[in-house]
Design a binder for this molecule. Structure first.
Ligand code: BGC
Length: 619
């Protein structure tokens, strides 16, 4: 397919920059040993760190790991140093380091570790200052020594069985509480599988996020107490926990790991009310194939797929399936920015290469996560400005159906879909309800901003996608979610009333759209954007297919950085001086903020300030 002939948004691609790049491993991964057993399973592992000698500027150390669970066919050890210790050479494993984070993967000859078996990777290190020993270790994403000092705040046992997510907790609104997944084997006991898990559930508030928010509010208190008061309100809303690289499972220097968050969720859970936890599954082989700077940490190869399965999905599934978390309703957002590329970006070699791995990887993730009865799978469907053209929408629905059919449970492995993840497309365009309104003899959707895409907003897009998806065989019970975290577009430039005087589609659209982007394909740290609708259950009532507004992208966390003369990493789509193209030769400003250059997933204070200021509705 040639790019030149494509419609603009067919080339709209990346919504994300992978933190995997900045957090990524320096070295490659060991070949994986074939084996049928799961790489990771509770109850995990023991890790003992010992320094054999220390000569002031360097030292030798060994990490002796014991497998306390079922056999491993491969293993990845992760831990972090507090100081500037740096791996210089290592053995009994492949050693890599990114910042303070160390990752050791097995050699081809020592990947298999029987239950009760031990392996002892070791290395030589350089350092200056204090050589503080690391205290927290994980193997295949499972924290070792789990009753030890590594998780001091994690209140592990508050109420493991106290509040099963019983069907009775969804009193009225889901008349068909018949599980959509009758064939599921409940692996975690007691967690009923309801149609809309958001109903009757409380929201998990990630302490990682509330800390980010509260720190910003505290910093702004002196100079702008009004802003600070609005900012502080953001700590009261749920945002998702992103598993955006293998190291995120155990936790990294910025965010805590998955077990820690689930333990926090248990602690936040109130008796009689299930708590809802949102996790983003985001690390496919060749992730984000259409963006130059945001390809992920795992290569788009069959070895990469094996790695994704055994070192990423299996450890996540092992944690989510822990019986102590069975009372938590877990909404999993499955792989943003993946399958849409199978529809629109096959002209790009990287996407053509990655597509079969995306399909197999999503299939594997759906299988593993669906097998856990308290997990709900929501597959990402991009947004209206990517798949809204009818020539994209039908093929997209077919692509999702193809992947779902390949899973063990078929269509039942998908609970629903999510649009606008980490994007900025408005939920509604209140002054543009009629996309074919004739203005100056032409329909509104002929405006350059819409390029004949008949879906101007997420509400209409999701309704249409629901019809397409159920038409392909998905259950009528599927629920549609919209990520409204940053699609509010309030502030001074938001139109407040219809202006019907313009006489061309372009000028009419410009005068009336709430979406202030120069181009709908702009996606990185958008200037002018604001917080959108708050997380809401059944925002349009019980009969609507949109079952919840959610905040998947934590507002204030950057979408990505860009290259500068002093800073070689980044994505040109995030450069405020850069341009995006529409595939027909049109170029547009990226619309990205010029007030910061912050890597994906890290805190961007000026962006947060703007989004709070421009919240719509106001905070
Ligand atoms: C980034 C992730 C990050 C997430 C949440 C995404 O855009 O690619 O690395 O974890 O946003 O901030």
């Amino acid at each position: 397919m040639s790019h030149e002939n494509e419609r603009p948004a067919r080339r709209l691609t990346s919504a994300f920059v992978a933190a995997g790049l900045t957090m990524g491993l320096a070295g490659g991964f060991a070949a994986l040993t074939a084996g049928s057993s799961n790489a990771a399973a509770a109850p995990g592992c023991t890790a003992v760190y010992s320094v054999s000698s220390d000569w002031g500027s360097g030292f030798g150390a060994t990490v002796t790991i014991t497998n306390n669970g079922p056999a491993w066919s491969s293993w990845t050890l992760t831990y972090s140093y507090a100081g500037n210790q740096t791996v210089q050479s290592g053995w009994n494993g492949k050693w890599a380091q990114s910042g303070k984070n160390v990752t050791v993967t097995n050699e081809s000859w020592n990947g298999s570790v029987a239950s009760g078996g031990t392996v002892a990777p070791a290395g030589n290190f350089g350092y200056s200052g204090t050589n503080t020993a690391p205290t927290s270790f994980a193997v295949n994403g499972i924290t070792c020594n789990s009753t030890g000092p590594t998780t001091p705040t994690s209140t592990p046992s508050t109420s493991p069985t106290s509040t099963p997510s019983t069907p009775t907790s969804t009193p009225s609104t889901s008349p068909t509480t018949v599980p959509t997944t009758p064939t599921t084997t409940p692996s975690s006991g007691g967690g009923g599988h309801v149609v809309n898990p958001f109903i009757g559930a409380s929201q998990y508030l990630s302490p990682d996020y509330t800390n980010e928010v509260n720190a910003q509010a505290a910093a702004d208190q002196g100079s702008n107490p009004t802003l600070a008061a609005s900012e502080a309100k953001m700590a009261g809303f749920q945002t998702a926990v992103w598993m955006d690289h293998i190291g995120a499972i155990a936790g990294d220097s910025i965010h805590h790991g998955l077990q820690w968050h689930l333990d926090q969720a248990l602690a936040q859970q109130k008796a009689g009310t299930p708590i809802l936890f949102e996790v983003v599954i985001y690390d496919l082989p060749g992730r984000d194939c259409a963006a130059i700077a945001s390809n992920g940490e795992i290569p788009a190869t069959s070895a990469g797929l094996t790695q994704y399965e055994s070192q990423y999905i299996d450890p996540i599934a092992a944690i989510l399936g822990d019986p102590k978390y069975a009372g938590i309703r877990i909404a999993a957002v499955i792989e943003p920015d993946s399958l849409p590329n199978a529809v629109t970006n096959q002209g790009k070699p990287a996407c053509a290469t990655a597509t079969p791995f995306y399909e197999s990887g999503v299939e594997y993730a759906l299988n593993k996560l669906h097998a856990i009865s308290n997990v709900y799978n929501y597959v990402d469907i991009a947004h209206s400005a990517w798949l809204g053209w009818s020539s994209n929408m039908g093929p997209a629905a077919q692509e999702y159906a193809k992947v779902a059919r390949a899973t063990t449970a078929g269509f039942a492995s998908v609970d629903g879909f999510i649009s606008d993840t980490a994007n900025y497309t408005p939920t509604t365009e209140p002054f543009l309800p009629n996309t074919t309104l004739q203005v100056g003899g032409n329909p509104l959707d002929s405006a350059k901003f819409y390029q004949y895409n008949p879906y101007f907003d997420e509400y209409t897009y999701d309704q249409a996608m629901y019809t397409q998806l159920t038409g392909q065989g998905f259950s009528p019970n599927i629920g549609m979610l919209i990520d409204t975290s940053r699609n509010g577009w309030g502030g001074p430039n938001r139109p407040t009333a219809l202006n019907s005087t313009p006489t061309t589609p372009d000028s009419y659209v410009a005068a009336n759209k709430v979406d202030q982007r120069p181009f709908r394909g702009d996606w990185c740290n958008q200037a002018g954007a604001g917080i959108g609708e708050r997380p809401t259950v059944q925002p349009y009532g019980a009969g609507n297919h949109i079952i919840a507004f959610v905040w998947i992208k934590p507002p204030g966390e950057s979408d990505g950085d860009y290259v500068t003369p002093t800073h070689p990493h980044g994505d040109p789509h995030c450069d405020p001086a850069g341009t995006n193209t529409d595939g027909n030769g049109g170029t547009y400003p990226t619309g990205s903020l010029s007030t910061g250059d912050v890597p994906a997933g890290q805190w961007f204070g000026a962006e947060f300030q703007q989004e709070v200021t421009n919240a719509y509705p106001k905070l």
